[in-house]
Design a protein around this ligand. Structure first.
Ligand code: AMP
Ligand code: ZN
Length: 143
């Protein structure tokens, strides 16, 4: 197991500090965010310390992906939410405060006041094609 002694989520994984754990297995831990955006806000973290999503080995990311639907169903059953957001902040510029990879599952209710800022832009002529070509190349690069 790789742990970072400074990391708050590693401390939760190693039970050095308490958390309201709702699910655990050999790879993952799921617990309540202690400052919820809405009641029942969950965090899913890896047991091992990885800073961001791009560092995850594929077996770990597969397990994370598989847990999302199960966690979502449990969230709806327990909170009675009408829906939920899944959020994974990667890097401080993206709002990541705890540098240990985690997914937020945020229960959503009618008129919950949380809102959603999505300031969509548009592409100049040719830019989308250029970006798509660069992406296609990046996706096929061996890791
Ligand atoms: P992020 O901005 O994506 O890094 O979010 C980190 C989240 O971790 C925040 O929503 C915090 O409320 C939550 N958090 C930090 N420390 C703890 C803790 N000890 N127990 C539960 N949640 C925590
Ligand atoms: Zn950690």
């Amino acid at each position: 197991m790789s742990r970072n002694p400074e990391c708050v989520f590693c401390k939760i994984v190693s039970v050095e500090i308490p958390a309201s754990v709702v699910y655990e297995d050999q790879t993952l831990l799921c617990f309540l965010d202690f400052n919820p955006l809405s009641p029942g806000h969950l965090l899913i973290v890896t047991r091992d310390h990885y800073a961001t999503l791009t560092e995850l080995p594929s077996d770990v990311s597969s397990k994370l992906g598989s847990l999302l639907p199960l966690a979502g169903k449990a969230l709806i059953e327990v909170t009675g939410a009408s829906g939920f957001n899944v959020l994974c902040n990667n890097g401080s510029v993206a709002g990541q405060i705890v540098p240990h990879v985690h997914f937020h599952l945020i229960p959503r209710f009618d008129a919950d006041g949380l809102g959603y800022r999505w300031s969509a832009g548009s592409y100049e002529e040719g830019k989308a094609n250029q970006l798509a070509a660069e992406y296609q190349k990046a996706f096929t690069k061996p890791s």
